[in-house]
Structure formats: C-alpha cells, structure tokens
Design a protein around this ligand. Structure first.
Ligand SMILES: C[S@@+](CC[C@H](N)C(=O)[O-])C[C@H]1O[C@@H](n2cnc3c(N)ncnc32)[C@H](O)[C@@H]1O
Length: 410
C-alpha cells in the first residue's frame, strides 16, 4: 500500500516542487552512468544528517578520528563511510548471494550515502531504489541519481510503492535504531517486498554500544526506546535491541541468518542482522504479542518506564540550564542598560537645559515661542557662535534658536 503525502514525520518539500534542480540530462544513457564517487555530492547539511563527518554534530573530533573511514576532508570522509558500509554489508551476506544484477531497496536511504556505492556493485543490470521520510534528501537523490537510482519519499508509518516479492536485497542501516512505534509493521512491509530467498539486512544498537552512547539498556532483554520526540534533524528517537529479543520477536517473521555485534565501525558500532522471510503468514499482532512470559514482559515495561523517567529528568535538567542561561542573559542586558543610563540621562538633561536656555533667549519662529521681554539680550550660544538646535545645521549667524523641525515647540 502506498499512501499519498501528508502527515509525514520528515521534512517535506513543497508539493510538486523539488528543492534541487535536476542535474542529469533527460537523455542520459547507460554510458553516462556514474560511479559511487563520480555522482555529485549532496550538500553538507544532507550528508551530516545521515553520517557525521565533522565535530559540528554531536560527535567529537576524537571519536571521529577513531573511525576506520576517517579523513580530514569531510566530503572524502563521507564517501569513505559509504564505501566502508557497502564493504561490511557484502561481508555479512551469505556466500551464495550475489549482487550482480540485483534489485535492491535501501530503506531509510537519506541522500544515498550507501546506495550510491552500489552503482559499482550491481552492474548495469542492477536496479537501485531508496525510500526515506526526508523530503530534501529524496529531492536531492531524485535530481542527481535518476535514472540510475530511483528515490521515493515515504511516510513514517508502513507502506511502500512496490509489488510483493520484488527485491533481492532490502537493507536498512541505522533505521530500526530509530523506529519506535511502527517497527513490527515496517518489518512486515520489508518482508512483503522481498523476493523469495531475498535478504533483509538491518542494523540495531546492542547493549554495549547503547552504554557507550550513555543510553544504558536494562538487564531485561528487550527493545527500548529513548529520547522519544527527538526531532529527525537531531537524529530522531533512539532504540536499542538485545540480540535475544531480536531472535525471538523478529524471528516470528524472519529466519535470522546471522546477528553480528558491533560491526559497522566507530564511533558507535551497530550490530548487523541478516535474515530471510519465513514462509508462514504473520501479522503485526503476532510480532507485538508479548508472549507467555508475562513476568519478564512486566519487568521490561517497568524498565522502559524507568528509562523514560530518566530521559524526562535529563531533559528537565537541560531545560533548567537553558532557562538559567536565558535569565542570566536578560539580567546582564538590564545591567548593561542601567550602566549606560546615567550618562545618557546627563546628556538629555544637558540638551534640555540648552533648549530651555535657547527658548529663554528669544522668540522662535513658531507661534507660542517664549517672548523675550524687550531689552533682554539673547543668551549667547555656548560656542559663542550661532546656536543650533537638535544638532542640526546652523540656521545662520545671529538666527534665533529653532526647534527641531519635527518636534513641537513648547
Ligand atoms: C541515521 S540515518 C541513516 C541513513 C542511511 N541509512 C545511511 O546509513 O546513510 C536514518 C534515516 O532513516 C530515515 N527514517 C527514519 N524513519 C523512517 C521511516 N519510517 N521510513 C523511512 N525512512 C525513515 C531518516 O529520515 C534518516 O534518513
């Protein structure tokens, strides 16, 4: 089932309008087919959204330098990330699987960090597709990847525009690590589009990496959701998975071929889970069913609640700190204004005194100007010359004081 746009969680582009101008001529042929490296690079903002290469993100320089794909140049580092991940995926595939001529779907492809390098793997007969909830990433991929890479925007809830039994390989790198609500529905949707014998390859965050991310998992096996409500441009929510739980729950719909811990490279290595569709019909309820062990499930739920409470406290601490900073900034601003005020008041008093003196010195041109009693000399200007009003140009030697043009004379 394919849903029409609306209510998407990712950023959407204006309907019918691409943010990016089409880069590939419409008459491009296979001879023009780019490689993973010669395809244009997406802008840094789209690159960093799916793979940090600069410490402008939450990742520190030290953590980035430990990564196997590290390079000083962020563009080169991003290309290397994709190549590294393609290499790792290939190593994880069963020996009998070949990608030459394969039909492949990248679920949660972003701007194609990984997908672009499959151009070098599937050959001219291959068929590469990607979906993501992020409109700008899909726009970019459509403008720069067609006709070699086909990208579509999808919604946060399950539904893909592809027929049943279609893809030889479906992969989702760092996507189920963020899906909290629809994990069962998406798993079944990806299973639906897998060709018979096809491979589903996904990554999950196991307990050790979760601890390194300072999101320690409870001891009770499970899938735990953290930082719920985090928006997608800041990484979205995070889920962590225990291998035993994946085997039991995902195993109801999929044959788990392998589950290899911490294999996607630093800074925070994910596990890779390789699976094939099981033939028995299953639905979402079958996957969501907590099973017979109510005690274990109750403990897991209590643990999840504890995590959410910790998250809420952490967010409150951050909010308190931000509030304190904002209050401090306002107080500082007030202090600055107060410090400048006496000087400004003295300036105004001086100016007021000058105006009063000028008014006393003689009648201005306006009706209602002070009338100097006959014989009273005009007050001299402080500089001994013509008196000016409002700092404006002199009205001429010997002229009487004038009010500023826009200010009413009183
Ligand atoms: C950490 S990024 C990884 C991107 C890409 N797989 C890679 O490794 O370069 C997670 C991606 O999943 C996408 N995403 C999250 N939920 C999704 C969903 N329900 N359907 C499709 N994409 C989703 C996000 O928009 C984001 O681009």
């Amino acid at each position: 089932m394919w849903r029409t746009p609306g209510g998407r969680a990712g950023r959407s582009s204006q309907p019918g309008l691409s943010t990016y101008t089409r880069a590939v001529p419409p008459d491009a042929t296979h001879a023009d087919r780019p490689t993973g490296r010669s395809l244009p690079l997406p802008p840094l903002e789209l690159r960093e959204r799916v793979g940090a290469t600069t410490s402008a993100s939450a990742v520190s320089e030290r953590q980035l330098r430990r990564a196997p794909w590290w390079h000083e140049d962020p563009a080169e580092a991003w290309l290397r990330q994709g190549e590294f991940l393609v290499g790792t995926m290939r190593e994880q595939l069963p020996a009998d699987v070949t990608l030459d001529g394969a039909r492949v779907l990248d679920f949660g492809c972003g701007a194609g960090r990984v997908l672009r390098h499959l151009l070098d793997v599937v050959g001219e007969d291959g068929d590469l597709h990607g979906v993501d909830i992020d409109g700008p990433s899909i726009d970019w991929l459509q403008a720069n990847g067609e006709p070699w890479i086909h990208a579509r925007q999808c919604e946060e809830s399950p539904g893909l525009p592809y027929p049943d039994d279609h893809f030889d390989l479906v992969y989702a790198l760092s996507v189920f690590t963020h899906i909290v609500d629809h994990w069962a529905g998406w798993l079944l949707e990806l299973r639906r589009v897998l060709a018979p014998g096809g491979i589903l390859l996904t990554t999950v965050i196991g307990p050790q990496t979760a601890a390194e991310l300072r999101l320690p998992s409870p001891e009770d096996p499970g899938m735990y959701g953290r930082v719920l409500g985090n928006d997608w441009d800041h990484g979205g929510p995070v889920t962590t998975h225990d291998a035993g739980w994946v085997a039991e729950r995902w195993g109801r719909a999929l044959d788990i071929v392998s589950h290899t811990p911490r294999i996607t490279g630093q800074p925070w290595p994910h596990d890779i889970v390789v699976s094939r569709a099981r033939p028995e019909p299953v639905d979402e309820d079958d996957l969501l069913d907590t099973g017979a062990d109510g005690v274990a499930e109750g403990r897991a739920q209590a643990a999840q609640l504890r995590l959410l409470r910790e998250d809420a406290l952490m967010r409150r601490a951050v909010l308190d700190q931000q509030t304190a900073e904002a209050v401090g900034a306002v107080q500082q601003g007030r202090a600055d204004v107060a410090a400048r005020t006496p000087g400004r008041l003295a300036e105004l008093a001086q100016r007021h005194a000058e105006l009063e003196a000028a008014r006393a010195a003689g009648p201005g041109p306006h009706a209602g100007g002070a009338v100097r009693p006959a014989g009273t000399p005009a007050a001299p200007a402080p500089d001994g010359g013509a008196r000016r009003s409002g700092g404006g140009p002199s009205t001429g030697a010997g002229s009487a004081a004038r009010c500023a043009p826009s200010a009413p004379c009183r």
